[in-house]
Design a protein around this ligand. Structure first.
Ligand SMILES: *Cc1c(COP(=O)(O)O)cnc(C)c1O
Length: 402
C-alpha cells in the first residue's frame, strides 16, 4: 500500500532545531525566555499590531480575549457558525449566550447581511452583544469592511479568530490585525506549528499586559505570593517559541506552496462538472490552508433542489457522489480527507441557540457542510503525492458517471 497522505501534517524547515538547541544551550527551558519575547515581537511586527502574547494554544488566546472583554454569564456573543468548536467553547464555558451567524457564499465566511439582521433583531429586543467573533475559514479573510462598519455602528468589539489564516490578507493587509483582539494557532495541523500553541494580538498594549498577568496565574506585584484574583497558566514554553521562530521564517514559502497545491487541484479537477472549489473574492489573498470544494447539487441548467429537512453529509448529489463516499474512497487509498466543519447551529450542544441565515430560507453554512470536503493540502506534499489524490478523484468521478 502507498504511504499515507495526511491532510495537513507539520512541515519543518531545519531552522527549528537550531532554535531548540539555543534554548537548551542557554537552559531557557521555561514558559518564558528570549525565544518567547522574540516570537511575540516578530509576530506582532508581521501582523502590523503593537502587541502580542504567546500562549499554550489558540483556544487559550480566545479565552483571554473573552476575559479582557468581560464576557460573562448571560452576555450575548455573535459568532460565525461555520467553524471549529474551539472558536466558541471558551465563551460557552463562561456562560455566554451564543448566537450564530451564517456564512456568505462568496467567501464561506461571516455573511455581512446575516450579521446586520442579527444586530437589527437584537436592537428590537433591546439587546447588544458583548463581542462579534469572526472566523477566517480555511485561511481566507472575512469581508472586513462591511463587518467592521456594522460593528462600529453598534459599538461592539470584534474578536478575529485567525487560527487558520496566518499569512493571508484582506485588501493587502495581513489577517490578525482586524480585531480588537485577534488570535493565531500553531497547532500541529496549521500552516505553521509549534506542535501546540497560540498568540493573542492587539494594538491595546494595556490589554496585552493584562492578558500576560492573567496567563501567569495573576500574581499581585509584591515580593510574596499574593492574589487579589486568580488566573490561568497559559504561557507558551521557550522551547516551543523557538520552533515557532524557525517556522515563521518560512511562512511565505508555506503560503506559496499551499496556494500552488490549490491551483493544481483546480487545474486538474476544475473542469469536472461535479465540483466547485472554494472561491477567493478579489479582496482576498487566502493562504489556502486547506483546499476545500463542494460537490454540485444539480447539473448545470437543471432546477435547484430544495434543502432537505435533515442535514447530513451522506447527501447524494445527482452525480451519485456524497462527501462521505469521496472520503471513503480516498481512505481506501490511504489518503486523508476531511469534511467541512459542521456548523455550530447544527451541533447538538447548541440545539436551542439563535441563528441568523444568509437569507430567509437560505442556510449557506449548512449547505457547505452537506456538500463540502477538504483535500490533502500540506505544504510538504510532493507532486507525486498530489497526483495520487487527483487520480483517485478522477477515477471515482468518471466511474460514477457510467
Ligand atoms: C485550530 C483552531 C482553533 C484552536 O486553536 P488551538 O491552538 O488548537 O487551540 C480555533 N479556531 C479555529 C478556527 C481553528 O481552526
Amino acid at each position: 500500500m502507498d504511504k499515507r497522505i495526511y491532510l495537513s501534517p507539520p512541515h519543518m524547515s531545519g531552522d527549528e532545531m537550531r532554535m531548540i538547541k539555543e534554548a537548551f544551550a542557554t537552559n531557557w527551558i521555561a514558559p518564558l525566555g528570549p525565544h518567547v519575547d522574540a516570537f511575540e515581537r516578530e509576530t506582532a511586527e508581521f501582523a502590523g499590531v503593537r502587541g502580542a502574547l504567546a500562549l499554550a494554544s489558540g483556544t487559550a488566546a480566545l479565552h483571554l480575549a473573552g476575559e479582557l472583554l468581560n464576557v460573562g454569564r448571560g452576555d450575548l456573543v455573535f459568532c460565525s457558525s461555520l467553524t471549529f468548536a474551539a472558536t466558541i467553547a471558551p465563551f460557552y464555558h463562561k456562560g455566554a449566550e451564543c448566537v450564530f451567524i451564517d456564512a456568505e457564499p462568496g467567501s464561506w465566511n461571516m455573511s455581512p447581511q446575516a450579521l446586520e439582521a442579527a444586530f437589527d433583531d437584537c436592537a428590537r429586543r433591546g439587546e447588544r452583544p458583548r463581542a462579534v467573533i469572526i472566523v477566517n475559514l480555511y485561511g481566507q479573510s472575512c469581508d472586513m469592511d462591511p463587518i467592521t462598519a456594522l460593528c462600529a455602528r453598534h459599538d461592539v468589539p470584534i474578536i478575529e479568530d485567525a487560527a487558520e489564516s496566518l499569512g493571508a490578507s484582506y485588501k493587502g493587509k495581513p489577517t490578525g490585525m482586524f480585531g480588537k483582539f485577534s488570535i493565531f494557532s500553531y497547532n500541529g495541523n496549521k500552516i505553521i506549528t509549534t506542535s501546540g500553541g497560540g498568540m493573542l494580538l492587539s494594538d491595546d498594549l494595556e490589554a496585552i499586559a493584562r492578558a500576560r498577568f492573567l496567563s501567569t496565574q495573576a500574581r499581585d506585584p509584591v515580593p510574596w505570593y499574593q492574589h487579589s484574583m486568580l488566573g490561568w497558566n497559559y504561557r507558551m514554553s521557550n522551547v516551543l517559541a523557538g520552533i515557532g521562530r524557525g517556522q515563521m521564517r518560512h511562512l511565505d514559502e508555506r503560503v506559496a506552496a499551499r496556494r500552488r497545491i490549490f491551483d493544481r487541484y483546480v487545474e486538474e479537477l476544475g473542469n469536472l462538472e461535479e465540483v466547485d472549489f472554494m472561491p477567493e473574492p478579489q479582496w482576498s489573498v487566502s493562504n489556502r490552508w486547506l483546499t476545500a470544494l463542494t460537490l454540485r447539487k444539480t447539473r448545470p441548467g437543471s432546477p435547484p433542489l430544495t434543502s432537505p429537512s435533515s442535514i447530513s453529509p451522506s447527501f447524494i448529489s445527482p452525480f451519485a457522489i456524497s462527501p462521505l463516499s469521496v472520503l471513503d474512497h480516498l481512505a481506501d487509498l490511504n489518503i486523508e480527507g476531511r469534511m467541512v466543519w459542521k456548523p455550530m447551529h447544527l451541533q447538538p450542544v447548541f440545539e436551542n441557540a439563535r441563528y441568523y441565515p444568509h437569507e430567509e430560507g437560505r442556510d449557506v453554512s449548512a449547505d457547505l457542510f452537506q456538500h463540502g470536503l477538504c483535500l490533502p493540502s500540506g505544504s510538504g506534499m510532493t507532486e507525486r503525492q498530489q497526483t495520487r489524490v487527483i487520480e483517485a478523484l478522477k477515477e471515482m468521478f468518471v466511474k460514477k458517471r457510467r
